[in-house]
Design a protein around this ligand. Sequence first.
Ligand code: DI6
Ligand code: FE
Length: 406
Amino acid sequence: MSQSETKPFDYIIHNVNIATLSEQYASEDNPYGVIENGMVGVTGGVITYLGDYDTKVNSKETIDAQGQWLTPGLIDCHTHLVYGGNRASEFEMRLNGVAYEEIAKAGGGIISSVRATREATEEELFQSAAKRLQSFIDEGVTTIEIKSGYGLDTENEIKMLKVAKRLEQEFSIRVSTTFLGAHALPPEFKDNSDGYIDLVCNDMIPKIAEQGLADCVDAFCENIGFSYAQTERVFKAAQQHGLKVKLHAEQLSDQSGAGLAADYNALSADHLEYLSQDSIDKMAKSGTVAVLLPGAFYFLRETKLPPMDELRQAGVPIAVASDSNPGTSPAQSLLLMLNMACTLFRMTPLEALQGVTINAAKALGLEDNVGSIEIGKSAELALWDIDHPNQLSYQLGGNNLVKVFN
Ligand code: DI6
Ligand code: FE
């Protein structure tokens, strides 16, 4: 049966070079899985044709892409996009030589973002996050993960997650929400971090799960964050409520957090500059994605690189994300992160692009739906005026996005 006898496509895109980023099309000679001068057909938001241009197809709309490049819509799988205020004056103080302790004493640091987030109304948080979100959308981002973690009490964590949900409703983008109550110790629990973890596990997680506000639960496992044992309590509570887990791990020191995350079948472990071989092996076994965050590495002027070769050798999928947050990565560009992943972490342009498409989809558990161009996947696509997809990570600034389909 030819296509003309079946339901017409809603639209076809032809005269297009398609970087599928799909294992089905990739080979040693064609690592991006390119279909040159191809055609994509979409029906009901789903990719229903992928291959050569077929002049006889029946479509309601035909788009001639004039030889431009189509990629999967980009995916930013780690952001803290919703927060009150910003920390530009803290940045300036630091560069004027003011010590971190003094900044903290003057009410700076992460707690200043907590204060500003608590003081902000839902509407104010929505408006400020919407502006940042638009920057990502303008660069072809069609899926974004957004964490809570600047509320640090039940009411304000819920407020943040509701803002993230509203962003999804009002913008043409897929949003994955993550509850990060165990991000920092709120001032009212000073010297009682176990008491705060009680609140996270016994009050916040049950309420957030019941209201369907989070897809996943995250924590900051670090000397200056929460311990291995506290992180494990958060994971247990998350799983009791049917939520997947992920972790900020090994950013500043090795806490074996990524190994713990893998033990709990985490979708991802993120940062990972201080990752051990033992944790790498566990991640490889559990299929936990390594999410690398070059923006935070750059902004903090870190020098210890994540163990790239060991991750590659173990076959751990590697994603790249912006970590967009007011303190350590005030990034509003995922394309810039692609470049930084290459220059700072020595990732290849192919690895970087996989890191914001198929591997980012895996880090969110969405790889059956998005992240590569394949028949049956959701048609969330970005069209670029470029000569080759390696140009996406080559360029420093600028934006060659022509159009998003989603
Ligand atoms: N790691 C970080 O680098 C950020 N959060 C985290 O867990 C810091 C967030 C901030 O300073 O606002
Ligand atoms: Fe983060």
